[in-house]
Design a protein around this ligand. Structure first.
Ligand SMILES: *Cc1c(COP(=O)(O)O)cnc(C)c1O
Length: 422
């Protein structure tokens, strides 16, 4: 290791061209602390950095502008995606806000996918709209819909794939091509799959945004967001906006996240394996009307999933519709013993959400049904517990819900359940 102290920046193993994703996650952008040799970079809590002389500093002045611990995370996230150092924010939505402000001004128009994170919809519909920025939401799973929504004043296309909670995919390369042909920037919220499974920059997209709160940190201990790009001028603008609006991540959150990143590839492999096994088990359950998971061969976009997702894996999130609507879904969610009911995803625990009463409660029912969010839909962020235990827990909860609905309807519930499937 002494070589590293002689010349701290001479050798960053994970940054070597051709290193694999796990190697890069563990070493990329990281080096032992040059001062102490600490293997894990110590956290720097200081708000302020002493200037050696007027106009002479070691690169940091004040932690709203930059902080050494945040810089470590930024180098790491940039390396993981083969991009420039990321710009990290205190939340995913702060990162998104900076991207919108960097690329849009009054009079501009943005095209977005119609099933995207609820906070993004609120930001665009209730905040950017007040600033004179207009928007159109389209079903981006048909890429041509994006082209059709472009206007002369369109400056940005913003998509998310897979969509939450329908798991519909968008062909990112097709949308990137549409954007480039029209001279419109394209941004992808890549929170669900992370650069381990999906690399939108390689598909021609200008910028990725992340809620690092989810899989990237992975342990549900730090909120954060990041912006990743290969466009230096765009990142400079995003960094300037962060300084102006004050959204930089705090050192402790960044430090926790740097440790989370190291196991991200390993975790996503296991999340994905567990999700596929659970998807198959739910698919075979007579009280489940449908399962949405891109890794299932009968997912309508399975072919796109195989092409767009790396490593033959498809992430840790799936959704399924339990027969019996909201009542049955609520009963399932109230009957699990292992899986936890939360508004969150990407943690190591298996986490359940009922979109209709939780994340998508504000969305009118007709619109929900059109975009594929029925009353009985349950979203599962499949954790790292033994998959047999996850499956057993959900199956017993579904049985309880089914038995109750059968009692209520004198057996009609059971017959309805069979009818949906067969
Ligand atoms: C959670 C989430 C966000 C927002 O991130 P925060 O860190 O909660 O601000 C944005 N996009 C997606 C897809 C998310 O899941």
């Amino acid at each position: 290791m002494s070589c590293c102290f002689d010349s701290p920046s001479s050798h960053i193993p994970g940054s070597q061209a051709g290193a694999g994703t796990s190697t890069t996650a563990i070493h990329g952008g990281l080096e032992p602390d040059p001062l102490t040799g600490a293997l894990v970079m110590p956290m720097v809590q200081s708000t302020t950095f002493v200037q050696e002389a007027v106009g002479k500093s070691r690169g940091h002045a004040y932690s709203r502008v930059s902080n050494p611990t945040v810089s470590v995370l930024e180098a790491q996230l940039g390396a993981l995606e083969g991009a420039l150092p990321a710009v990290c924010f205190v939340t995913g939505l702060a990162a998104e806000t900076a991207v919108f402000l960097a690329l849009l001004k009054a009079g501009d128009h943005v095209v977005l996918g119609d099933v995207i994170y609820g906070g993004t919809v609120r930001l665009v519909g209730q905040v950017l709209s007040e600033l004179g920025i207009t928007s159109t939401f389209v079903d981006a799973s048909v890429a041509e819909n994006v082209r059709g929504a472009l206007r002369p004043e369109t400056r940005l296309i913003f998509i998310e794939s897979p969509a939450n909670p329908t798991l519909k995919l968008t062909d990112i390369k097709a949308v990137a091509d549409i954007g480039r042909a029209a001279g419109v920037r394209v941004a992808v919220d890549n929170t669900f799959l992370t650069p381990v499974i999906q690399r939108p920059l390689d598909l021609g997209v200008d910028v990725c945004v992340y809620s690092t709160t989810k899989h990237i940190e992975g342990h549900s201990t730090a909120i954060g967001g990041s912006v990743v790009s290969r466009d230096e001028a765009l990142l400079d603008r995003v960094r300037f906006l962060r300084k102006c609006t004050g959204g930089i991540q705090a050192a402790f959150g960044a430090w926790l996240t740097t440790n989370g990143v190291k196991t991200l590839p390993l975790r996503l492999k296991q999340h994905s394996a567990n999700a596929l096994d659970l998807a198959k088990a739910l698919h075979a359950n007579p009280h489940v009307a449908s399962v949405n998971y891109p890794g299932l061969e009968d997912h309508p976009q399975h072919e796109l999933a195989q092409r767009q997702h790396l490593g033959g894996i498809h992430g840790g999130v799936l959704s399924f519709e339990v027969v019996g609507g909201t009542d049955a879904a609520v009963k399932v969610l109230n009957s699990t013993r292992l899986c936890l009911l939360v508004e969150h995803l990407g943690g190591i625990e298996t986490l359940l959400t009922h979109p209709v009463t939780m994340t998508h409660a504000d969305v009118p029912r007709e619109h929900r049904l059109v975009v594929g969010i029925p009353d009985g839909l349950i979203r599962v962020s499949v954790g790292l517990e033994d998959v047999a235990d996850i499956i057993a827990d959900l199956e017993q909860a579904i049985s309880i819900a089914h038995a109750e609905s059968a009692t209520r309807t004198g057996g009609a519930g059971a017959r309805a359940a069979e009818g949906v499937l067969r």
